[in-house]
Design a protein around this ligand. Sequence first.
Ligand code: ADP
Ligand code: SF4
Ligand code: MG
Length: 328
Amino acid sequence: MRCATVKGTSAVTLLDLQGLSVTIPSPAGPVRAVRSIDLRIAKGEIHGLIGESGCGKTMTGMALLGLTPAGAQVAARVFQFDGIDLSTSAAVLRGRRIALISQDPAAALNPVLTIGRQMDNVLRTHSPHSEADRRAGAVALLAATGLPDADKLMTSYPHQLSGGMQQRVVIAQALATGADFLIADEPTTALDVAVGAQVLALLRQLVADRGLTILMITHDMDVVAAVCDRATVLYAGLSVETGPASAILTCPRHPYAAALLAALPDAAPHGQRLAAIDGQIPPSTKPISGCAFAPRCPAAMTLCHTVSPPVRVQGDHLWACHLAEGAP
Ligand SMILES: Nc1ncnc2c1ncn2[C@@H]1O[C@H](COP(=O)(O)OP(=O)(O)O)[C@@H](O)[C@H]1O
Ligand code: SF4
Ligand SMILES: [Mg+2]
């Protein structure tokens, strides 16, 4: 199939990461959790960050939140959020402009506090309003996430809610901080398929209604297809392809992205769609020579094993490969 040229975009950039690396000390030597990731996200976009387990998705999110493990070294050529330098301000922006929605809502909520108390704990630190106004605000935010009987829910405890309802409360808490950038780390993994689809629809609606921007971390191409405007594919701590989600899904250029799609039958069970490529990601304790994907790549050439691939650019679609046109 001949792929259409993807035009560039003039959208306003909110997040700009170039050459992000996160290195964690360990007894086995430094762990290169993130080797070099470029990520540019426009305001109002849902941007998918996709790749197999261990490729550095969560650690990228943690770097944005200023929550990397003790002793980790975080470096980048460019590390900016809305023009603010994240290398010095990530912790300040966390819970003000940037909030996390994790894959385990039960763990994100305090089991011994009511939903109302937990909402108020967030609102108190972010608004000067009276207790009555904060209560009304909490109910409105819970209702905005589609929770029925939001008023009654204020006196409930997390264990009285289903997983899908708990995730909506976590989203309401994120909104209560006033954050305009959400990092959603596999937010539907712990939910069944139908409930997960409802949570994705809610996030899409919040982007439209409130002008949010979302980094959608996922290992599931279905999630990219369902809600993402653009996506970045990670492999072994490296960003290997980025572009409009539709272009990556229909015309992947990097052989790894192509293998992710081609190797997976439509009948693959939901949530297990990235398990089908032969071979392993290189160990994160080992340096990489040449292209990281070379040992698994069906199109690998001799130089792929020793020379880092160049970045190919076609409009708004970028990929790193020695093949000028990308995946055959
Ligand atoms: N606290 C940690 N200490 C040492 N290594 C870690 C730590 N957290 C993650 N890693 C390693 O960093 C790499 C990337 O992890 P992660 O970002 O969690 O991957 P993903 O979210 O894509 O599954 C993996 O090799 C993982 O083992
Ligand atoms: S650079 Fe070579 S090994 Fe790497 S993805 Fe491209 S063809 Fe495959
Ligand atoms: Mg993860």
